[in-house]
Write a new protein. Structure first.
Length: 361
């Protein structure tokens, strides 16, 4: 099975040979290994592609570095699953254009209770708080939170799920040897460490170019029973994800926003078009008839490093403080500070009040 996954991944890496063409060839030959080895002259009789693609298939077969692929899978703790594997998420398989191969770190999401949370990168404090609190309560009710790992609402949703001691899945628009955005390196590590997943359809080496994001959004929608939109401008990637969800017959929820914020125009427009109003996680539970479940959380002894203790001591309990102020007070640089603040949030010692302002709990 692993050999078939490797050949499927190799086929997907061929420039301009897309998922639809690979699926068509698999229907004919029944094996990725066979497709890889079939002479191009025969392929031309089975499927119509631009002439340059046949040339690329030939050259790619000769230059493909199998050893490098295996090294990278090991180095980045990455696993493969193909569309034809039994463990491939079935609700994603049922979509119009499912990925032929998924690269993933961690564990694939439980799609029996999974909800996507998406929204603006340039989110307001209202959006950040809503995303974090809703995702936290979803996690506490054993709902897997799926999002895109981007700045803003995505990051807040992933953090909220971790704060709720639940699982979350980040679907990224690049190879898993890349980290985007860079400041979320620790977040992605925490997601995997806490039983979630970071996954992508893109091969190692692929950088997050703009055209990858709409394709990434179809996977977010495809892995979820419904999509929650929290803050979105009238033209945004979050609305593209909502459109994918509607095309696949999935539900779209929208969190109402103020009429005075540009970041609420997209969500309010969704509500006018018939999206389900979301004001609490109870709305989701009732929509799907899911039983309310609460995770049993055991008390634990919290151990902090000297740097974490210094940051905690610098966070007041009567007013919010910014990251910049904490850096000045502790002389801890920004990348390490971001990791420390996330850890302190996971331990429920501080909370994010929005706009990178923190207060002690």
């Amino acid at each position: 099975m692993q050999e078939e996954r490797l050949y499927a991944a190799a086929l997907l890496s061929i420039p301009h040979l897309g998922s639809r063409s690979i699926r068509a060839l698999m229907e004919i030959y029944g094996s990725a290994l066979r497709v890889w080895n079939i002479p191009c002259e025969e392929l031309k009789t089975k499927i119509r592609l631009p002439a340059r693609v046949y040339d690329q298939i030939d050259s790619w077969r000769r230059q493909y570095d199998w050893d490098k692929q295996l090294r990278y899978l090991e180095k980045y703790h990455t696993k493969l699953i193909s569309l034809w594997d039994e463990g491939y998420p079935h609700i994603l398989k049922e979509t119009y254009n499912p990925p032929v191969v998924l690269y993933y770190q961690g564990e694939l999401p439980d799609i029996h209770r999974s909800i996507a949370v998406v929204g603006a990168r340039k989110s307001t404090s209202y959006g950040i708080k809503a995303a974090q609190e809703l995702a936290k309560e979803m996690a506490q009710n054993m709902i897997t939170v799926v999002s895109g790992g981007a700045r803003g609402i995505d990051t807040s949703a992933h953090c909220g799920a971790l704060l709720g001691y639940g699982k979350t899945t980040a679907v990224v628009a690049n190879g898993l040897d890349q980290v985007y955005p860079l400041e979320n390196r620790k977040l992605f590590s925490d997601i995997v460490e806490h039983g979630g997943a970071v996954l992508s359809e893109y091969a190692f080496g692929m950088v997050p170019v703009p055209q990858n994001f709409p394709a990434r959004n179809r996977i977010i929608a495809g892995l979820s029973s419904g999509v929650v939109v929290i803050e979105a401008a009238l033209r945004s990637g979050a609305l593209i994800t909502a459109d994918f969800a509607l095309e696949e017959g999935r539900d779209v929820f929208a969190v109402p926003g103020t009429i005075y914020s540009p970041m609420s125009r997209g969500t309010n427009a969704l509500l006018r078009r018939g999206a389900i109003v979301l004001t609490s996680v109870q709305d989701i539970l009732e929509e799907y008839g899911w039983e309310k479940k609460k995770k049993c959380i055991k008390q634990k002894i919290i151990s902090l490093t000297l740097e974490e203790s210094a940051v905690l001591a610098a966070v007041p309990d009567d007013a919010a403080i910014s990251i910049d102020q904490l850096i000045l007070r502790t002389q801890i640089m920004a990348p390490q500070m971001s990791s420390i603040l996330l850890h302190l949030q996971l331990e429920e010692l501080i909370e994010n009040g929005g706009r990178n302002m923190y207060i002690r709990k």
